[in-house]
Design a protein around this ligand. Structure first.
Ligand SMILES: Cc1cc2nc3c(=O)[nH]c(=O)nc-3n(C[C@H](O)[C@H](O)[C@H](O)COP(=O)(O)OP(=O)(O)OC[C@H]3O[C@@H](n4cnc5c(N)ncnc54)[C@H](O)[C@@H]3O)c2cc1C
Length: 390
């Protein structure tokens, strides 16, 4: 098992974050409202993100990855989300796929796919959810039947980010019998142009409108045996391990989006007057801001702690990631919504950007495991251990 890279020094991290913030200000923030309104998935912008190393943030350097630790990746997602949570979150999903290939893939799979994924020349999709298997993903019914030439995949995947655009799909499919549960699931790399692969229409969504979400249909898709990632039966474990990092990415995007809304609100309440004084003179307003800042600070601390635990391969890393995801995505949504409220009617107008952040952050409480499933993970571990480690 490869070891995690050390976290950057403060100076190194500051230099990278400066470059990411410059990119965010120049490329993500300016067109965020237009991308949302017109449902634009900006492949050129993503390629420019790739030039900064953002397509393979934790991927090893031999294939062009940036080779960074999770704690640095979290700071990067946060900075990106200050410009556009929808695109930042897609970059996080793409990194999750690149991470699967880097960690579990063969050298052949790594060199075949990673150089074009880390450069964001090509995008990728993670295919776990099905119409009949969301939270209960281990009950998935897509099959991968082995024959002399490899495997034949048949089934439907639901809510797949970047489907229809991706060069490669990591597809979790059942190689065991119908009763095999999580142990009967394997992971496959399916090229976007594979015969038998097709896509549903782009779903019309409340938020995350700068990235497409489609059904993926696999109708007898043939892949060679070399498309298997890891070993047969390891797919569910690979999918869940990848989600630990994915959940930190989504959590960090919630913090970044909420921080953007918070910063605007701190300025706004000092400019806007009501009843003869600035809103900032009212104690209830200041108390709101203080709670918002405290929640974001706590969320960031949880994400950083979980990132360290994941890099250190701590026993309770998955639980810490679940705690961080649940807390940060709830806090992020609440803070963004409170920021909207403090803007009064202006918060409800599209041009102010706050309603977009609220819409974008809402789905973070639902995907990569709903926040109820995060509670299931934490609660189960709590009952098993008796108390959480300190
Ligand atoms: C915009 C978007 C993008 C997505 N992108 C991807 C992607 O790229 N790849 C991918 O594989 N998936 C993706 N998903 C799917 C996402 O991960 C699922 O929607 C999510 O896991 C929930 O599954 P479900 O929608 O089937 O809800 P369900 O599992 O049907 O859950 C419905 C409700 O029941 C609750 N519930 C379920 N089980 C329990 C339980 N045991 N205890 C308490 N409450 C429970 C849930 O928390 C939820 O509130 C995406 C979803 C969206 C909306």
């Amino acid at each position: 098992m490869m070891t995690a890279p050390p976290a950057l020094s403060d100076d190194e991290r500051a230099a990278i974050l400066d470059a990411v913030r410059e990119f965010t200000a120049a490329e993500l923030a300016p067109h965020a409202l237009e991308r949302d309104e017109r449902e634009i998935f900006p492949r050129d912008t993503l390629r420019r993100a790739g030039e900064l190393g953002l397509g393979g943030i934790c991927v090893r350097e031999d294939v062009g990855g940036a080779g960074l630790a999770r704690i640095d990746a979290a700071a990067i997602y946060e900075a990106l989300a200050e410009g556009d949570p929808s695109l930042a979150a897609y970059i996080s999903i793409h990194n999750m796929v690149a991470g699967i290939i880097d960690v579990y893939g063969t050298e052949e799979q790594r060199t075949q796919w990673l150089p074009r994924l880390v450069s964001l020349e090509e995008v990728s999709s993670y295919c776990l959810t099905e119409p009949g298997a969301g939270s209960d993903a281990a009950s998935l019914s897509t099959t991968a039947v082995a024959d002399a030439d490899g495997y034949v995949l048949t089934g439907v995947k639901q809510f797949i980010s970047a489907a229809g655009e991706s060069a490669v799909y990591v597809v979790m499919a059942r190689t065991g019998d119908a009763t095999s549960g999580a142990r009967g699931i394997s992971a496959f790399l399916v090229p976007g142009d594979a015969p038998g692969l097709s896509f549903g229409p782009n779903e019309h969504k409340m938020g995350w409108r700068a990235q497409p979400t489609r059904q993926v249909m696999l109708d007898g898709v043939r892949v060679p045996a070399s498309a298997l990632v890891g070993e047969e039966g390891q797919g569910f474990r690979i999918a869940m391990a990848a989600l630990d990092g994915g959940r930190l990415g989504i959590a960090a995007c919630s913090i970044g989006g909420a921080q953007w809304a918070m910063d605007r609100t701190v300025r706004y309440v000092q400019e806007r007057t009501a009843f003869g004084e600035a809103l900032a003179e009212k104690q209830s307003v200041v108390f709101s801001l203080a709670d918002m800042a405290t929640d974001l600070h706590a969320a960031r601390a949880l994400v950083q702690g979980a990132a360290r635990a994941l890099d250190a391969r701590a026993d309770d890393a998955a639980v810490q990631c679940a705690m961080a995801k649940r807390f940060a995505t709830d806090a992020g949504f609440r803070v963004a919504n409170d920021a909207l409220q403090l803007h009064g009617g202006y918060g409800y107008l599209r041009e102010f950007g706050l309603e977009k952040v609220v819409r974008d952050l809402r789905v973070h409480q639902i995907l990569e495991g709903t926040n109820e499933i995060m509670r299931v993970i934490v609660g189960r571990e709590l009952l098993r251990r008796g108390r959480m480690a300190r």
